[in-house]
Design a protein around this ligand. Structure first.
Ligand SMILES: [Zn+2]
Length: 152
């Protein structure tokens, strides 16, 4: 199913995989609380994202979205989409060895000005970049306060 969704900075890009709601575990809830805290650092006001890269119960990296050009991301971005910045998902995989990212899961949230979770399905650029480095599953927050997941 094709679906248009907003990612950081209000870009709309198509992602090609539909997520489905999942029941969260204590560990997943903890990752999203951490992602919420990380997102507070973002300079983007109401589109602050936070992401956690984890594998085998260990957190490998964390990131929030940054206003900084990113050439790695540009490789996965449609030319007409403009400037590729460091989305939270990209920040998590940049500089990580392939042995770490392969088989890892990523947890992505967006928070509004009140710190409440909002829809945060990765954009097309992040989707392709995550797939490229072997990330296995993507968990993300929704406007309804639930978590959805899809496999890459
Ligand atoms: Zn993105």
């Amino acid at each position: 199913m094709l679906k248009s969704n907003p990612c950081a900075h209000g870009f709309k890009q198509r992602t090609v995989v539909a997520g489905r709601p999942v029941e969260t575990s204590k560990r997943i809830d903890r990752y999203f609380e951490l992602a919420r805290n990380i997102a507070q650092n973002s300079p983007y006001g109401k589109i602050r994202h936070g992401a956690i890269l984890a594998k085998g119960g260990s957190i490998l990296n964390t990131s929030f979205n940054k206003d900084k050009f990113n050439s790695f991301g540009s490789r996965f971005r449609d030319a007409d989409r403009g400037y590729a910045t460091v989305h939270a998902e990209l920040g998590c995989i940049l500089g990580m060895p392939r042995s770490a990212t392969t088989g890892a899961d990523i947890y992505v949230c967006r928070i509004n000005r009140d710190g409440e979770f909002r829809y945060s399905k990765p954009c097309g650029m992040c989707h392709e970049a995550l797939k490229h480095v072997g990330v296995k599953r993507v968990y993300y927050t929704t406007n309804e306060g639930i978590v959805e997941m899809y496999k890459l």
